[in-house]
Design a protein around this ligand. Structure first.
Ligand SMILES: [Zn+2]
Length: 206
């Protein structure tokens, strides 16, 4: 792509480093910014830089936060004895969007994956085990992706907290709402059958 200005080219290169943004889209965004007032573009740049500089991770659950503790951990209306274990911050946002959960989270920062060289020590697992022991946690809910790495992670953590009086559950895995049985893979269909629900609780949860 031939651009008439190296300043423009530098800006396009920066935007195209973002995930999902190719050179053409980057150029479109840069040209859009070029049409804005200088002050508005400065504010845009400052907001991004300030976000990166000042954002913190909650010392308790590793969620993104503006202070030492995130707004979920600091909220006394939420059930502080219930911990939902997730892989990353995007999962917290997805679960919060459902408005179905009123406990707290623990963000592992990844998942145990020996093939990728990721072991328990690289994740926020020790702090989770410590939390469950210290906080008198009543329920630990695993909301991890349904795959081998997710199952390995659940198995590892569950073994570590087995001696504690904490109920351990996992989110249901099964047929997607609106999906069709004949198109579900064997594993999903098998698990759905094994984890079947009484109709009463199924209907009342809808
Ligand atoms: Zn927190």
């Amino acid at each position: 792509m031939q651009l008439p200005s190296s300043l423009l080219e530098n800006a396009v290169n920066e935007f195209s480093k973002l995930p999902g943004i190719g050179k053409k889209t980057a150029l479109r965004l840069v040209l859009h910014l070029l049409k804005q007032e200088v002050g508005a573009v400065e504010q845009f740049g400052d907001t991004i830089a300030r976000m990166r500089r000042e954002i913190q991770f909650c010392q308790r659950c590793f969620n993104i936060s503006d202070a030492n503790y995130c707004s979920i951990c600091a909220n006394s209306l939420r059930n502080q004895r219930q911990i939902c274990v997730v892989e990353n911050i995007r999962d917290v946002i997805a679960l919060e969007t459902t408005q179905q959960f009123s406990g707290t989270y623990h963000v592992l920062g990844g998942i145990i994956s020996p093939l990728d060289g990721i072991g328990p020590d690289q994740l926020n697992i020790e702090s989770l085990i410590h939390r469950v022991g210290q906080e008198g946690t009543e329920e630990l809910i695993f909301a991890l992706n349904p795959n081998i790495q997710g199952d390995t992670t659940i198995y590892y953590i569950q073994k570590k907290i087995k001696h504690l009086p904490c109920k351990v559950t996992t989110i249901a895995r099964g047929i997607a709402f609106g999906g069709e049985l004949e198109y579900a893979d064997e594993l999903t269909l098998g698990r759905s059958l094994a984890n079947r629900l009484p109709v009463d609780s199924y209907i009342s949860n809808r």
